[in-house]
Write a protein that binds this ligand. Structure first.
Ligand code: AQP
Length: 336
C-alpha cells in the first residue's frame, strides 16, 4: 500500500487561462485539504517548444503567483519548479530506456503539437510523456489531477510503472497512479472554435479567458464567443453536436459547481444573450479576484522566491531518497 500523495504540473508557457483553472488548478485547491500535494511548475516540459529565455524566467513567477492567487496554500503544499530538482531528469532517462518507441508514437499530443512537419519536432517533444511519468513517479504519487487532454499520458505512466515493477521484479515499487479528471468539464474549449481546446499557445487571445483578464475584457470575450442560432435546450440531449453551446454551458456549470442538467433547467428555452451575461458575471466573480491577486503577488518577488526555495528543498529530499532506491534496484552505482 502506498501513502496517498497528489502530484501535478503546469507549464510556465504564458498566462494561465480558464481551461488550466477549471481543468486542473480548481481541483488542486480542493485536494490540498485531503492529501499531501506536490505541485510543480514544469519548466523542462516548456522547453520542448522554443521559449524566449527572458519570458521563461518571468513565466515561472507568473505561474507560481497564479497557484497562490487561485488558493493554493504554500505552507500546506510543496510548490516548486522542475529544473531545480535534477532527479526528474535522471528518472526520465531511465524511463526512456523502459518505455518503448511504439508507445511514444501512439501519443496524440505529440501528433497535435508536432504538426505536419514531425521530422522537425524536438526529440524532447516526442519523449515528453517519459519526463511526465518521471515527474509523477519520482514522488511515488498515487493521484494526479489533470484535464482530460492528459489522460493518455497518465495511461502511459501506468504502463511504465507496471513494466518497471515487472522488469526489475520489484512488485508494487511504483504505484499505479489514478487520474483525477473533472466530471463537469474535463476539457475547456476555445471560445472561437468548440472543437479546439482552450490553449495558451493559440494565437488569438479572443479564444480564451486569461486569469489576468479584467471585467471589461471578460464581458467582451464572452459576448463575442461563438454560439449557434438555436435557443438553449432544456435537456442534455439537445446539446448533441452543439460544441460551442456545450462548452459555454459546461463552463457555467463548472464555475458555479452545478450539474449541467440543472443549468439547462434554469436556462432552457432562453437565448444565448441572456445566458452570456450570467456567464460573464460568474466568470468575473471567480476570476477577477484571482487576477488582482496575481498582479499583487508579482510585485513581491522575494515572497515568491521564498515559496519556491522552500518547495525545492522539500521536493528534492523526497526525490533524492526515491532515486537512491531506484538506482539500487537497477544496479547503477552513484559515487558521491
Ligand atoms: N483547455 C483545457 N481544458 C481543461 N484542462 C486544461 N489544461 C490545459 N488546457 C486545458 C490542463 O491544465 C494543466 C496544465 O496544462 P499545461 O499548461 O501544462 O499544458 P497544456 O495542457 O499544453 O496547456 P496549454 O494551455 O494548451 O499550454 P500550451 O499552449 O503551452 O501547450 C493540465 O492538467 C492540463 O490538462
Amino acid at each position: 500500500m502506498h501513502k496517498k500523495r497528489v502530484f501535478s504540473g503546469v507549464q510556465p508557457t504564458g498566462n494561465l487561462h480558464l481551461g488550466n483553472y477549471l481543468g486542473a488548478i480548481k481541483n488542486f485547491v480542493d485536494l490540498q485539504n485531503k492529501f499531501e500535494c506536490v505541485y510543480c511548475i514544469v519548466d523542462l516540459h516548456a522547453i520542448t517548444n522554443k521559449q524566449d529565455p527572458k519570458e521563461l524566467k518571468s513565466n515561472l513567477f507568473e505561474t507560481a503567483a497564479s497557484f497562490v492567487a487561485s488558493g493554493l496554500d504554500p505552507e500546506k503544499n510543496i510548490i516548486f519548479n522542475q529544473a531545480s530538482v535534477p532527479a526528474h531528469s535522471e528518472l526520465a532517462w531511465i524511463f526512456n530506456c523502459v518505455a518503448r518507441i511504439g508507445w511514444m508514437n501512439r501519443m496524440t499530443q505529440f501528433k497535435e503539437k508536432a504538426g505536419v512537419n514531425k521530422e522537425n519536432a524536438s526529440v524532447g517533444l516526442l519523449v515528453y510523456p517519459n519526463l511526465m511519468a518521471a515527474d509523477i513517479l519520482i514522488y511515488k504519487a498515487t493521484h494526479v489531477p489533470v484535464g482530460e487532454d492528459q489522460k493518455q499520458h497518465l495511461e502511459l505512466t501506468r504502463d511504465i510503472a507496471k513494466k518497471f515493477n515487472n522488469d526489475f521484479k520489484c512488485d508494487d515499487f511504483f504505484p499505479i497512479v489514478e487520474p483525477l479528471i473533472p466530471k463537469t468539464i474535463s476539457r475547456v474549449m476555445s471560445l472561437r472554435d468548440g472543437k479546439k481546446k482552450m490553449s495558451k499557445s493559440e494565437s488569438s487571445d479572443q479564444s480564451r479567458i486569461n486569469l489576468k483578464d479584467n471585467k471589461d475584457l471578460i464581458e467582451q470575450k464572452i459576448k463575442k464567443a461563438k454560439t449557434d442560432n438555436n435557443p438553449i435546450p432544456s435537456e442534455i440531449d439537445g446539446l448533441k453536436n452543439r460544441h460551442e453551446a456545450t462548452n459555454l454551458i459546461s463552463i457555467y456549470a463548472s464555475i458555479n459547481n452545478l450539474e449541467v442538467s440543472k443549468v439547462l433547467k434554469e436556462f432552457g428555452g432562453k437565448n444565448f444573450s441572456t445566458f452570456k451575461s450570467n456567464l460573464s458575471e460568474s466568470i468575473i466573480e471567480k476570476i477577477c479576484p484571482i487576477g488582482i491577486e496575481i498582479n499583487k503577488l508579482l510585485k513581491d518577488k522575494s515572497y515568491l522566491n521564498s515559496i519556491l526555495e522552500k518547495g525545492v528543498k522539500k521536493a528534492d529530499l523526497i526525490a533524492k531518497n526515491n532515486l537512491k532506491d531506484i538506482y539500487e534496484i537497477i544496479g547503477l552505482t552513484k559515487f558521491s
